[in-house]
Design a protein around this ligand. Structure first.
Ligand SMILES: *Cc1c(COP(=O)(O)O)cnc(C)c1O
Length: 433
């Protein structure tokens, strides 16, 4: 375009007095450069620049409707928060709060005052600590308890969790030495017994969260190892990963594990269903050693997470399941009814939609290799992949999958309140074609 017809940057700045000047200048220049390079000039320059500035200021971290059927989807932020957690979070986010203040005495208080007691009540543990995530919990515990000494782990449990969290590397990053025992598929108590020496700091059990070894396998149960650890006078630690607080989710509960081991670490945003956090529960002297270590200061929780975690734990105390637990327990017949109703609604809007039974997943390292039977709406469209891409870029964004030319919308993870937005997102994605 002939540059004589282009508006001056200064004129656009004047036309948009309510917007930050530096951003208007930057976005106006970008737009002018694009038009000089042959892009179609906008009919209203000021409006076009306003949209660019708005887009620049819009959060990149956006809500996503999860139609994948994977409840604890790590890429989507794992567990959705419940009402009480959201209310707590909102209440302490605006102004100040008694994060480290004892309101009764006016003196300095304990940062974990809202979660420590609740964690003890819910797990039966004598002591509890909370940090940034479970990776941090493992790092802190091993550094505080085993630095410069040996940690015994079964070869069948030298797992990689993802995001470069590998047990052997974590142990060496903590300044401890790994002593591997047993074989990939079979490890016995006697293998651990032989490995115990004067330098042994702990025995570590690790939950194989994202895989499953089947066939000719053997792992000692916790009480076998407990007897051995007690006789040797060394702590038995367990990285439970997904640690459930309530039974019935197909994984051992934290309380069950604690019946036999001295210290358990687990995630706040897996089967617990809260915000990202790492929980450490167990023997008081071991928890105290972790809390005293300087690393704790670097891994401690901020008030927003603490508020969400306290709200989630209070829900458990009140007998209310957090959303992730409710979604995992959603009865299949109920999902079938929802999928059928949604398919009918979409059919009425001109989609070729039908309800079908599908296999979902728990995600988050819970129930590895186990399908979670669910129901989905299958939408037959030409160019399913392109439509899927537009769904991801819509507002709200929608994450689904494509199978055999169909868009698969698993209803287990679509919150009922999100259904109208999902229907609207589909219509918008179709209109954008
Ligand atoms: C998920 C998991 C971790 C890491 O937990 P984050 O909370 O994601 O840091 C560590 N160990 C096990 C066994 C896990 O399943």
């Amino acid at each position: 375009m002939n540059s004589r017809h282009l508006p001056a940057v200064g004129r656009l700045v004047d036309a948009l007095p309510d917007l930050p000047r530096t951003l208007v200048v930057a976005e106006a220049r970008t737009l002018l450069d694009a038009v000089r390079d042959g892009a179609q000039p906008p009919s209203d320059w000021a409006e076009a620049v306003r949209l660019l500035v708005d887009a620049r200021l819009a959060p990149r971290l956006r809500p996503v409707i999860n139609a994948t059927g994977v409840v604890l989807h790590t890429n989507l932020g794992r567990a959705p928060l419940g009402e009480r957690a959201r209310a707590h979070l909102s209440a302490v986010s605006t102004g100040w709060c008694n994060l480290e203040l004892d309101l009764r005495t006016g003196a300095r208080g304990e940062r974990l005052h809202g979660v420590e007691g609740r964690l003890r009540t819910l797990t039966g543990a004598p002591a509890a600590l909370a940090v940034n995530n479970n990776a941090a919990a493992v790092l802190l515990v091993l550094t505080a308890l085993a630095s410069g000494r040996e940690v015994i782990v079964s070869r069948g449990e030298l797992v990689e969790i993802g995001g470069s969290f590998r047990v052997p590397e974590v142990i060496s990053a903590c300044g401890a030495r790994l002593v591997e025992v047993g074989a990939t598929n079979r490890t016995r108590v006697a293998d651990y017994a032989r490995a115990i020496g004067p330098d042994t700091a702990a025995i570590l059990r690790v939950h194989p969260s994202n895989f499953r070894i089947t066939g000719f396998t053997e792992t000692p149960d916790r009480d076998g190892l407990q007897t051995l650890a007690q006789k040797a006078g060394i702590p038995l630690l367990e990285d439970l990963g997904s640690g459930a607080l309530v039974p019935g989710l197909g994984e051992p509960t934290v309380a069950e594990a604690l019946a036999d081991v001295d210290l358990v670490t687990f995630s706040g945003d897996k089967l617990l269903g809260g915000p990202q956090a790492g929980l450490i529960v167990g023997r008081a002297d071991l928890v105290a050693a972790a809390r005293k270590h300087p690393l704790y200061r670097a891994l401690r929780l901020d008030r927003l997470v603490l508020a969400a975690l306290e709200g989630t734990l209070a829900d458990y105390e009140a007998g209310v399941a957090p959303p992730a637990v409710a979604l995992l327990n959603a009865p299949v017949p109920e999902l079938r009814i929802r999928a059928k109703a949604l398919a009918e609604l979409l059919s009425g809007q001109g989609w070729k939609a039908a309800a079908a039974a599908v296999d979902g997943q728990a995600g988050g390292g819970a129930l590895p290799g186990q399908a979670l039977p669910s129901w989905a709406v299958l939408v037959a469209v030409s160019g399913a992949d392109a439509l899927l891409a537009r769904l991801r870029l819509g507002t709200p964004a929608v994450m689904a999958r494509v199978a055999e030319g169909h868009i698969v919308l698993d209803v287990r993870t679509v919150l009922p309140a999100e259904e109208p937005a999902l229907v609207a997102a589909l219509a918008a994605a179709r209109a954008a074609r």
